[in-house]
Design a protein around this ligand. Structure first.
Ligand code: IMP
Length: 429
């Protein structure tokens, strides 16, 4: 059985949850490897809507072991809340494993996230405010607290004492903010530690063993490639490795143990927060896409910026992820438009640029070059095979596939599991 990485090819919110759910129906293990509760995955099963922020999407399936691996940052309050809310709906997550190496999001990370954004003023990133950047910063500075420490009361007490002393200096002396009370934080986090302790272990060892035994492992990427800390549109990125390679870094599994990479992209583009977005539509078409696609953040509820499909940006993702196949989401959302457009290149002065610029100054000045095609008016939400799609929708799929250079293996025409048109099933296994 294969190991499959499902990765976002744009700026996040590509509906990876639906594809993870699809490919993990016969999986043994589903793994989150990066990010934290800044991610939000929505899955609709039998009309029931489930929203996940920290738990892998596979948590719904009792046959599946869910792993929150080393590269994730965990807000224990949010994770305990997710477990409780699933339990209240009759889903008891028993097969959960959490890496002892995963870092813990502390209350001061959330406060600092807000204060740092305020300090940046007009240059703010537009973060989700969940403390993600400050938590990863502590990880890299080697001052973070890890899950293995959280669940050991003695270690946690010592580490918290060290960390909070320093953070309180930062809060009060640099930002003029209120200090945090160590005893309160300890008492609150002690309750989470008791709840989560049974799940904490060496997940890298477990995953390696499972992969060697030929179990099917699905890696659930969070966010999108263009938000990657190294390969995205820095500094308007998140703080983790969102690319497929992050599945190795964030789990401890070596690169040769990954068999397939499925890139997920919407049939158009969205972005939340600040940062460059060459194909953004600040007009009626952008509003049409936002309303039809319900493009409001799962995590923050913010309206998403919407625009045409950007093949230049997705080509970068295809390359850095070495994507074998693409899943194209929300094809139904762009039904009803007279014309549809795909950005195949950028123009800068008189120069045509085909490769996504890493230089932000150049990117800022790029103007999209569009291929325009006829749209389709039919409601395609009931389509289940390629033949069910109108000819112009099929042409669009073909055009996107050619423009990106990766075959479209699946097109999604609605939120539920069944609203899926599979074009190349062999590329999804
Ligand atoms: P942070 O991850 O909260 O630090 O936010 C950094 C940037 O990444 C902001 O522009 C966020 O809006 C964006 N971002 C983080 N997570 C997601 C996501 O899951 N979808 C879309 N954008 C995200």
């Amino acid at each position: 059985m294969p190991t499959i990485v499902v990765v976002g090819m744009q700026w996040g919110d590509e509906a990876k949850g639906k594809i993870v759910d699809y490919v993990s129906q016969d999986a043994d293990i589903v793994v989150r490897y990066n990010g934290g509760n800044n991610a939000g995955h929505t899955v609709v099963v039998d009309g029931e809507v489930f929203k996940f922020h920290t738990l892998p999407v596979g948590a719904l399936n009792p046959r599946v072991t869910s792993v929150i691996a080393d590269g994730v940052v965990i807000d224990p309050a949010v994770l305990v809340g997710e477990l409780d809310s699933l339990a209240a709906r009759g889903y008891k997550v028993e097969n959960l494993r959490i890496s002892g190496n995963a870092h813990v999001i502390m209350p001061y990370h959330k406060v600092l996230d807000r204060l740092e954004e305020e300090q940046k003023g007009a240059g703010k990133i537009g973060t989700t405010g969940r403390g993600i950047g400050p938590c990863y910063a502590d990880k890299v500075s080697r001052t973070g607290i890890r899950m293995a420490e959280l669940v050991d009361p003695d270690q946690f007490g010592t580490r918290l004492h060290q960390c909070i002393a320093l953070k309180n200096k930062l809060l009060t002396r640099v930002y003029g903010a209120q200090p945090l009370n160590e005893a309160d934080v300890f008492a609150e986090y002690e309750t989470y530690a008791e709840r989560l302790a049974p799940y904490v272990q060496d997940t890298a060892f477990f995953l390696h063993k499972c992969a060697k035994q030929g179990k099917k492992v699905v890696f659930e990427g969070a966010h999108g490639t263009l938000l990657d800390i190294d390969h995205g549109t820095y500094p308007y990125v998140t703080s983790s490795h969102t690319v497929a390679g992050g599945a190795c870094i964030g789990t401890g599994l070596g690169p040769t143990m990954i068999h397939r990479v499925i890139g997920v992209a919407k049939s158009y583009t969205t972005r939340v927060g600040e940062g460059w977005f060459p194909t953004e539509l600040q007009d009626e078409t952008g509003d049409y896409i936002r309303e039809r696609g319900k493009e409001y953040g799962t995590t923050t509820g913010r309206p998403r910026r919407c625009g045409w499909f950007d093949a230049v940006a997705v080509r970068l993702s295809a390359r850095v992820n070495a994507a074998d196949a693409m899943a194209l989401i929300s094809l139904d959302v762009i039904s009803g438009l007279d014309k549809v457009r795909v950005c195949s290149a950028y123009r800068n002065d008189h120069r045509i640029i085909c490769d996504f610029p890493t230089d932000p100054v150049l990117l800022k000045e790029c103007i999209p070059v569009y291929d325009e095609m006829p749209g389709w008016k039919e409601d395609i939400s009931g389509a289940r095979t390629l033949d069910d799609l109108p000819v112009y929708a099929r042409d669009y799929l073909e055009h996107v596939s050619q423009a990106v250079g990766v075959p479209v293996a699946l097109a999604s025409v609605g939120r539920s599991r069944e609203q899926t048109v599979v074009l190349r099933p062999e590329l999804l296994k």
